[in-house]
Design a protein. Structure first.
Length: 271
Protein backbone atom coordinates (compact mmCIF):
# COMPACT_ATOMS: atom_id res chain seq x y z
CA UNK A 1 0.00 0.00 0.00
CA UNK A 2 1.34 3.41 -0.97
CA UNK A 3 1.93 5.95 1.81
CA UNK A 4 0.64 9.23 0.43
CA UNK A 5 0.79 12.84 1.56
CA UNK A 6 -2.62 13.86 0.22
CA UNK A 7 -2.23 17.62 0.58
CA UNK A 8 0.76 19.81 -0.18
CA UNK A 9 1.66 22.76 -2.39
CA UNK A 10 4.42 23.93 -4.71
CA UNK A 11 5.03 27.47 -5.84
CA UNK A 12 7.38 30.01 -7.36
CA UNK A 13 6.71 32.81 -4.92
CA UNK A 14 5.42 36.10 -6.35
CA UNK A 15 3.87 38.61 -3.92
CA UNK A 16 1.01 39.56 -6.26
CA UNK A 17 0.05 35.93 -6.82
CA UNK A 18 0.29 34.82 -3.20
CA UNK A 19 -1.24 37.70 -1.28
CA UNK A 20 -2.69 35.18 1.20
CA UNK A 21 0.82 34.20 2.37
CA UNK A 22 1.40 36.26 5.51
CA UNK A 23 4.32 34.35 7.04
CA UNK A 24 7.69 35.70 5.95
CA UNK A 25 9.23 32.21 6.09
CA UNK A 26 6.85 31.11 3.33
CA UNK A 27 7.68 33.98 0.97
CA UNK A 28 10.09 31.95 -1.11
CA UNK A 29 9.99 29.14 -3.68
CA UNK A 30 8.87 25.67 -2.57
CA UNK A 31 9.50 22.99 -5.18
CA UNK A 32 9.72 19.17 -5.41
CA UNK A 33 13.45 19.02 -4.66
CA UNK A 34 12.79 20.61 -1.27
CA UNK A 35 9.99 18.20 -0.39
CA UNK A 36 11.71 15.03 -1.61
CA UNK A 37 13.99 14.66 1.41
CA UNK A 38 11.05 15.18 3.77
CA UNK A 39 9.02 12.47 2.03
CA UNK A 40 11.94 10.07 2.16
CA UNK A 41 12.65 10.66 5.85
CA UNK A 42 8.99 10.12 6.71
CA UNK A 43 8.76 7.04 4.45
CA UNK A 44 6.07 8.69 2.31
CA UNK A 45 5.96 7.27 -1.23
CA UNK A 46 4.34 10.21 -3.00
CA UNK A 47 2.09 13.23 -2.75
CA UNK A 48 -0.95 14.98 -4.17
CA UNK A 49 -0.12 18.52 -5.27
CA UNK A 50 -2.97 20.94 -4.53
CA UNK A 51 -3.55 24.31 -6.15
CA UNK A 52 -2.41 27.41 -4.31
CA UNK A 53 -3.47 30.02 -6.90
CA UNK A 54 -6.99 30.36 -8.34
CA UNK A 55 -6.01 30.48 -12.00
CA UNK A 56 -5.70 28.07 -14.93
CA UNK A 57 -1.96 28.72 -15.13
CA UNK A 58 -1.67 26.95 -11.79
CA UNK A 59 -2.94 23.71 -13.34
CA UNK A 60 -0.32 23.77 -16.07
CA UNK A 61 2.42 24.59 -13.56
CA UNK A 62 1.49 21.65 -11.30
CA UNK A 63 0.92 19.21 -14.17
CA UNK A 64 4.31 20.11 -15.64
CA UNK A 65 5.91 19.39 -12.26
CA UNK A 66 4.06 16.08 -12.07
CA UNK A 67 5.34 15.12 -15.50
CA UNK A 68 8.93 15.58 -14.31
CA UNK A 69 8.72 14.26 -10.75
CA UNK A 70 7.42 10.75 -10.12
CA UNK A 71 6.69 11.43 -6.47
CA UNK A 72 3.82 13.74 -7.52
CA UNK A 73 1.10 11.13 -7.94
CA UNK A 74 -1.71 13.50 -8.89
CA UNK A 75 -2.81 17.12 -9.06
CA UNK A 76 -5.83 18.83 -7.52
CA UNK A 77 -6.12 21.82 -9.82
CA UNK A 78 -8.20 24.97 -9.81
CA UNK A 79 -11.38 25.39 -11.81
CA UNK A 80 -14.03 28.06 -12.20
CA UNK A 81 -17.30 26.20 -11.81
CA UNK A 82 -19.24 29.28 -12.90
CA UNK A 83 -17.92 29.12 -16.45
CA UNK A 84 -20.21 27.55 -19.11
CA UNK A 85 -17.79 24.66 -19.75
CA UNK A 86 -15.64 24.48 -16.62
CA UNK A 87 -13.92 21.12 -16.93
CA UNK A 88 -10.47 21.21 -18.49
CA UNK A 89 -9.25 17.62 -18.86
CA UNK A 90 -5.66 16.72 -18.06
CA UNK A 91 -4.55 13.17 -17.32
CA UNK A 92 -2.60 14.31 -14.27
CA UNK A 93 -5.55 16.17 -12.72
CA UNK A 94 -7.32 13.81 -10.32
CA UNK A 95 -9.52 16.50 -8.80
CA UNK A 96 -10.21 20.20 -8.51
CA UNK A 97 -10.98 22.84 -5.92
CA UNK A 98 -11.79 26.52 -5.48
CA UNK A 99 -11.00 28.47 -2.28
CA UNK A 100 -14.62 29.00 -1.24
CA UNK A 101 -13.39 30.43 2.07
CA UNK A 102 -12.04 33.45 0.17
CA UNK A 103 -15.30 34.28 -1.57
CA UNK A 104 -16.99 37.54 -0.51
CA UNK A 105 -20.09 35.48 0.27
CA UNK A 106 -19.25 31.77 0.73
CA UNK A 107 -22.87 30.97 1.59
CA UNK A 108 -24.12 32.35 -1.72
CA UNK A 109 -21.38 30.53 -3.63
CA UNK A 110 -22.23 27.18 -2.06
CA UNK A 111 -25.93 27.67 -2.85
CA UNK A 112 -25.42 28.98 -6.40
CA UNK A 113 -27.32 27.18 -9.18
CA UNK A 114 -24.54 28.14 -11.61
CA UNK A 115 -21.96 26.47 -9.36
CA UNK A 116 -24.28 23.47 -9.06
CA UNK A 117 -24.33 23.08 -12.84
CA UNK A 118 -20.53 23.06 -12.92
CA UNK A 119 -20.39 20.55 -10.05
CA UNK A 120 -22.73 18.20 -11.86
CA UNK A 121 -20.51 18.29 -14.93
CA UNK A 122 -17.39 17.79 -12.82
CA UNK A 123 -18.81 14.79 -10.98
CA UNK A 124 -20.15 13.24 -14.17
CA UNK A 125 -16.57 13.13 -15.39
CA UNK A 126 -15.48 11.43 -12.15
CA UNK A 127 -13.38 14.22 -10.72
CA UNK A 128 -13.22 14.66 -6.96
CA UNK A 129 -13.84 18.07 -5.41
CA UNK A 130 -11.75 19.47 -2.54
CA UNK A 131 -13.99 21.61 -0.34
CA UNK A 132 -12.07 24.49 1.25
CA UNK A 133 -14.27 26.19 3.83
CA UNK A 134 -13.99 27.14 7.50
CA UNK A 135 -15.98 26.14 10.56
CA UNK A 136 -18.26 29.14 9.95
CA UNK A 137 -19.93 27.36 7.02
CA UNK A 138 -20.24 23.72 8.02
CA UNK A 139 -24.03 23.76 7.77
CA UNK A 140 -23.98 25.18 4.25
CA UNK A 141 -21.15 22.81 3.30
CA UNK A 142 -23.29 19.84 4.34
CA UNK A 143 -26.18 21.06 2.18
CA UNK A 144 -23.77 21.56 -0.74
CA UNK A 145 -22.31 18.07 -0.36
CA UNK A 146 -25.75 16.49 -0.06
CA UNK A 147 -26.73 18.24 -3.28
CA UNK A 148 -23.66 16.85 -5.06
CA UNK A 149 -23.37 13.18 -4.18
CA UNK A 150 -22.36 11.61 -7.52
CA UNK A 151 -18.64 11.47 -6.68
CA UNK A 152 -16.14 12.15 -3.91
CA UNK A 153 -16.05 15.42 -1.97
CA UNK A 154 -12.91 15.94 0.11
CA UNK A 155 -13.05 18.25 3.12
CA UNK A 156 -9.73 20.05 3.47
CA UNK A 157 -8.12 20.65 6.88
CA UNK A 158 -11.02 19.19 8.90
CA UNK A 159 -13.07 22.20 7.86
CA UNK A 160 -10.66 24.56 9.67
CA UNK A 161 -12.17 24.15 13.14
CA UNK A 162 -12.21 26.80 15.84
CA UNK A 163 -9.45 25.29 17.98
CA UNK A 164 -10.18 27.51 20.97
CA UNK A 165 -13.83 26.40 21.05
CA UNK A 166 -12.77 22.78 21.46
CA UNK A 167 -13.30 19.47 19.71
CA UNK A 168 -16.79 18.79 21.05
CA UNK A 169 -18.22 21.90 19.39
CA UNK A 170 -16.45 21.04 16.15
CA UNK A 171 -17.79 17.49 16.33
CA UNK A 172 -21.35 18.82 16.44
CA UNK A 173 -20.68 21.22 13.56
CA UNK A 174 -19.13 18.57 11.32
CA UNK A 175 -21.51 15.68 12.06
CA UNK A 176 -24.05 16.39 9.23
CA UNK A 177 -21.22 16.52 6.68
CA UNK A 178 -19.54 13.41 8.07
CA UNK A 179 -22.84 11.51 7.81
CA UNK A 180 -22.63 11.66 4.00
CA UNK A 181 -20.80 8.55 2.73
CA UNK A 182 -19.25 10.29 -0.30
CA UNK A 183 -17.49 12.89 1.89
CA UNK A 184 -13.95 12.18 3.07
CA UNK A 185 -11.78 14.34 5.32
CA UNK A 186 -8.12 15.34 5.32
CA UNK A 187 -6.22 15.18 8.60
CA UNK A 188 -4.31 18.31 7.69
CA UNK A 189 -3.89 21.95 8.55
CA UNK A 190 -4.50 21.78 12.29
CA UNK A 191 -1.10 23.10 13.33
CA UNK A 192 -1.75 26.20 11.23
CA UNK A 193 -5.20 26.69 12.73
CA UNK A 194 -3.80 26.31 16.25
CA UNK A 195 -0.91 28.68 15.62
CA UNK A 196 2.29 29.20 17.57
CA UNK A 197 2.66 27.13 20.70
CA UNK A 198 0.33 24.35 19.59
CA UNK A 199 0.41 21.14 21.60
CA UNK A 200 -0.40 17.61 20.55
CA UNK A 201 -2.75 17.22 23.51
CA UNK A 202 -4.67 20.25 22.22
CA UNK A 203 -5.10 18.85 18.69
CA UNK A 204 -5.48 15.10 19.15
CA UNK A 205 -9.11 15.43 20.38
CA UNK A 206 -9.98 16.86 16.92
CA UNK A 207 -8.30 13.90 15.26
CA UNK A 208 -10.13 11.50 17.59
CA UNK A 209 -13.45 13.17 16.76
CA UNK A 210 -12.71 12.89 13.03
CA UNK A 211 -11.90 9.21 13.49
CA UNK A 212 -15.19 8.63 15.32
CA UNK A 213 -17.27 10.47 12.70
CA UNK A 214 -15.62 9.46 9.43
CA UNK A 215 -13.83 6.23 10.27
CA UNK A 216 -10.38 5.34 8.86
CA UNK A 217 -11.72 4.56 5.38
CA UNK A 218 -12.81 8.20 4.93
CA UNK A 219 -9.76 9.89 6.42
CA UNK A 220 -6.46 10.71 4.75
CA UNK A 221 -3.18 12.17 5.95
CA UNK A 222 -2.08 15.50 4.50
CA UNK A 223 0.88 17.61 5.62
CA UNK A 224 -0.22 20.93 4.11
CA UNK A 225 3.47 21.53 3.36
CA UNK A 226 4.86 24.17 3.08
CA UNK A 227 2.06 26.14 4.79
CA UNK A 228 2.50 23.97 7.86
CA UNK A 229 6.18 24.96 7.97
CA UNK A 230 5.08 28.19 9.60
CA UNK A 231 4.24 26.24 12.75
CA UNK A 232 5.87 22.81 12.54
CA UNK A 233 8.50 20.74 10.78
CA UNK A 234 7.30 18.13 8.30
CA UNK A 235 8.23 15.27 10.62
CA UNK A 236 6.31 16.87 13.49
CA UNK A 237 3.14 16.91 11.38
CA UNK A 238 3.68 13.23 10.53
CA UNK A 239 4.31 12.42 14.20
CA UNK A 240 1.04 14.08 15.19
CA UNK A 241 -0.88 11.82 12.81
CA UNK A 242 1.15 8.83 13.99
CA UNK A 243 -0.06 9.46 17.54
CA UNK A 244 -3.64 9.17 16.29
CA UNK A 245 -3.11 6.01 14.29
CA UNK A 246 -0.73 4.02 16.47
CA UNK A 247 -3.49 2.09 18.27
CA UNK A 248 -5.42 1.25 15.08
CA UNK A 249 -5.22 -2.01 13.19
CA UNK A 250 -2.83 -2.28 10.26
CA UNK A 251 -5.62 -1.99 7.63
CA UNK A 252 -7.02 1.08 9.40
CA UNK A 253 -3.58 2.69 9.51
CA UNK A 254 -3.05 1.90 5.84
CA UNK A 255 -6.32 3.59 4.97
CA UNK A 256 -5.35 6.86 6.65
CA UNK A 257 -1.75 6.82 5.42
CA UNK A 258 -2.57 6.16 1.79
CA UNK A 259 -5.47 3.84 1.07
CA UNK A 260 -8.17 6.50 1.21
CA UNK A 261 -6.17 8.92 -0.93
CA UNK A 262 -5.42 6.19 -3.45
CA UNK A 263 -9.10 5.22 -3.66
CA UNK A 264 -10.37 8.79 -3.96
CA UNK A 265 -7.70 10.39 -6.14
CA UNK A 266 -5.91 7.69 -8.06
CA UNK A 267 -8.35 4.93 -8.96
CA UNK A 268 -11.29 6.88 -10.37
CA UNK A 269 -13.71 5.00 -8.15
CA UNK A 270 -17.23 6.28 -7.64
CA UNK A 271 -18.44 7.05 -4.14
Amino acid sequence: MLRIDAHQHFWHYQPEAFSWVDNSALKQDFLPAQLRSELSAAKIDGCIAVQARPCEAENQFLCDLAARHDEILGVVGWIDLQQPDPVALDPRCCGFRHPVQDEADPVAWLASDVVARGMRQLQQQQFSWDLLVTHHHMQQAAVFAQRHDAHWIVLDHLGKPDIAAGAEQWKQQIAPLAALPHVVCKLSGLVTEAGAGWQGAQLLPFFDAALALFGPSRLMFGSDWPVSQGEARYQQVCDLCQQLTQTLSQPEQQAIWGGTAQRVYLKGNTA
